[in-house]
Design a binder for this molecule. Structure first.
Ligand SMILES: [Zn+2]
Ligand SMILES: [Zn+2]
Length: 335
């Protein structure tokens, strides 16, 4: 028992060290990611774009994909995920902000409840075991940021150097989607130029970017395309189930616990796949127009993170007893 505790403490110390190192290296990763994204964009428009058919249609479409990819990456790195002690965010007035369909009605609603036809109930409040602050359900403590984040999904040190939470999760998923499309375009449309870059000794390489840079970007794009598409689909699957990354893990445990009692676990945020997706992207009824998925405008989430949409008559998860909810402190219980 004593030995097990020492091993556990050792792992915890290593985890803390890992958090510190990734936290310190985060800005360098982001700098590298920005350079690679721009290198990829320059390679595409210098080498691949001139060979595309129907340039009057294909070039503007490619420009739109590139614009969305860069804009959502910028947003996901700069828009704060939403910390519990921040004042609730308000929509900006600059041209970067999309206008809601039903702006007049939405303004008359209070308490973060911005949907009128779906039951939206205030979140249960708990106290964080680490920072000792009162927080609404779905908020979790990030060990790297050392703060509680609204609708915490995960901390991403390598790509964005901050948490993914309520206010930037939409940008994160859209960035993955557009990165996936962009890398697919490089892989699918730039193969002939890759061959040219290998046999360029006869002077056939007439582009501005060096052959080595193009070859490197092409190979990186193919690898990234697979990785990012799988990751994006995994996130979309979670969103369609109304689960964050943390919740998909927690709900699996609730499901097993409920099953052992011959009960069924019901996620109280689940309003059906279509509604879950439209709530996440905040489009459709009382939300923002559909074009906000294709033009990188800033928008607000449907809630301020202190109340949640739920099916009628389901105020909390079914199949989980009071006190059984997993907390961030669960993994520290024996510490
Ligand atoms: Zn906390
Ligand atoms: Zn964090």
């Amino acid at each position: 028992m004593f030995c097990a505790k020492r091993v556990f403490r050792c792992f915890k110390a290593l985890e803390r060290l890992g958090n510190r190192i990734t936290g310190a290296a985060g800005p360098y990763f982001v700098g590298l990611a920005v350079i690679l994204l721009w290198m990829g964009t320059i390679c595409f428009f210098d080498v691949i774009a001139p060979s595309l058919s129907y340039p009057l249609i294909s070039i503007p479409l490619c420009l739109l994909v590139a614009l969305n990819m860069h804009a959502h990456y910028f947003y996901v790195c700069t828009v704060k995920p939403g910390f519990i002690d921040d004042t609730p965010a308000e929509a900006g007035t600059s041209f970067l902000w999309a206008k809601r369909k039903d702006w007049y009605n939405s303004k008359s609603l209070t308490g973060g409840v911005r949907w009128t036809t779906t039951q939206v109930t205030p979140a249960t409040m708990t106290r964080c075991g680490r920072c000792d602050k009162s927080r609404p359900e779905r908020a979790h403590h990030c060990k790297v940021c050392n703060r509680c984040v609204l609708k915490y999904d995960h901390h991403c040190p390598v790509r964005i150097n901050q948490c993914v939470g309520l206010h930037n999760e939409r940008h994160f998923v859209l960035f993955l989607a557009y990165l996936s499309v962009a890398t697919f375009c490089v892989g699918a449309l730039g193969y002939n130029q890759l061959i040219d870059s290998f046999i360029s000794y006869d002077g056939r390489w007439t582009y501005h970017v060096p052959e080595v840079m193009y070859g490197m970007i092409y190979i990186l794009s193919v690898v990234l395309c697979f990785a990012v598409t799988v990751m994006g689909l995994w996130h979309l699957w979670g969103i369609s189930n109304a689960e964050t990354s943390v919740e998909s893990h927690d709900h699996e445990q609730y499901r097993q616990r409920a099953k052992a009692r011959r009960e069924a676990f019901v996620n109280s945020y689940d309003l059906g796949r279509k509604k879950n997706l439209s709530l996440f992207f905040n489009i459709g009824e009382n939300g923002y127009p559909l074009y906000t998925l294709f033009i990188p405008f800033r928008i607000l989430p449907y809630t301020d993170g202190r109340s949640w949409a739920r099916p009628q008559g389901l105020e909390r998860h079914r199949g989980v007893r009071a006190g059984e909810e997993l907390t961030d402190a669960s993994d520290d219980e024996d510490y």
